[in-house]
Design a protein around this ligand. Structure first.
Ligand SMILES: *Cc1c(COP(=O)(O)O)cnc(C)c1O
Length: 370
């Protein structure tokens, strides 16, 4: 007899990307690079670390629930405190949303190939997840999502840019979508890669569309290099935030995570370096991979998705790259077993990947199909 409900029994635990140490040991390599988890290849923001050091002496005190950073974010984005929430990563806030707004009969709706985190949270609550296909060019199909709404749909989850495809939906697509969405339905707009995507003039900054039923989620994990601290934030109508605060774990984010976020917000120089590195690296990877004959999807994030001829070739390429000391991320978990997601590294890491791929293709040209 199982102590857990069937919807928990059927879930699988999250398996993190392989670690550098693990691959060094397994293959006896001295140099291993990780282009697997969309982490910032420049490391953490230095100002964030300074702020963390200063904060350590108050570690015996319970944190304030994110009050300080909420106030700073409100000022920065021209909002009121009551419109901002902070949490243990944007996934921490997502978990909070799932617990606050859903009842057992509700259903959620999203794309077939998107961030796994949202689907797992919904399923762990026993909630039915409905999906629609991506468009032919691998983007969220907002028109199809609007058509798929039924009377039980309570939350629509959008990731813009999407993970693992890196693609965005445009301003006009988003505007048309919002027109069709009933007020009784909550839209989660996950903008984890906002800082990296906003240079694209087609990118809809959700802050310009303040609807009462839209919650924007952002994070310090990517552009600010703070994935290990767990700090993210959300913007929404005061009524939504008021209810989220009732359910929120009272002491998230941690004291040090909040300090890291506050420091990072001041680190204009680090953000600029990150954007510059990403711009160059993403272009280099996209062009080099396309030139080698790979089917690579244009990205507005800090990674690119490569589609191999089959699930087997994708798995094979992933394993072959591991033996060369390069960790990338296969995509079975986002229902794209033929996909390999490659995070943008620093210049020499991107170079190392492309050089190895060139050599590998000489021996195994089947990786790019015929
Ligand atoms: C990386 C990522 C996140 C980040 O989650 P955190 O909990 O803030 O680290 C959220 N959504 C998407 C789509 C991501 O790719």
């Amino acid at each position: 007899m199982s102590l857990v409900p069937p919807y928990i029994e059927s879930l699988k635990a999250y398996v993190p990307g392989k670690s550098i140490e693990e691959i060094k040991r397994t293959y006896g390599l001295s140099k291993v690079i990780k282009l697997a988890s969309n982490e910032n290849p420049l490391g953490p923001s230095p100002k964030a670390l300074e702020e963390v050091k200063r904060s350590l002496s108050a570690s015996h005190l319970y944190p304030d629930g994110g009050l300080r950073i909420r106030a700073v974010l409100a000022e920065r984005f021209n909002l009121k405190l009551e419109n901002v929430i902070a949490g243990a990563g944007s996934e921490g806030i997502m978990s909070n949303i799932i617990r606050t707004f859903l009842t057992d009969q509700d259903e959620v709706l999203t794309a077939a190939h998107t961030f796994l985190g949202f689907m797992v949270l919904a399923r762990s609550r026993g909630i039915k997840v409905n999906t629609v296909s991506l468009t032919g060019d691998w983007r969220f199909d907002l028109a199809a999502l609007a058509d798929k709404i039924n009377e039980r749909t309570k939350i629509i989850y959008l990731a813009n840019p999407n993970n693992p495809t890196g693609t965005i939906f445009s301003r006009s697509e988003f505007e048309a979508f919002l027109q069709k969405i009933p007020e009784r339905l909550l839209v989660i707009l996950d903008e984890a890669y906002f800082e990296l995507a906003r240079e694209n003039p087609d990118y809809p900054d959700s802050m310009r569309y303040r609807h009462d039923n839209v919650i924007t989620l952002r994070t310090f994990s990517k552009a600010y290099g703070l994935a290990g601290f767990r700090i993210g934030y959300g913007f929404a109508h005061g009524e939504l935030i008021r209810n989220l605060l009732k359910v929120k774990l009272p002491f998230d984010p941690s004291h040090t995570a909040q300090a890291a976020g506050l420091g990072a917000l001041e680190d204009v120089e680090f953000l600029e370096k990150t954007l510059e590195n990403n711009r160059k690296g993403r272009k280099f990877l996209f062009e080099s991979l396309a030139e080698l004959g790979f089917n690579v999807i244009p990205s507005d994030a800090n990674f690119v998705l490569v589609l191999l001829p089959s699930a087997e070739t994708a798995q094979n390429l992933f394993q072959t790259l591991l033996t060369k000391g390069i960790i990338v991320r296969p995509q079975e978990t986002s229902n794209l077993p033929q996909g390999i997601r490659i995070s943008v590294g620093i210049g020499e890491e991107n170079q190392m990947l492309i050089e190895h791929l060139e050599k590998i293709l000489k021996v195994q040209p089947a990786f790019v199909g015929n």
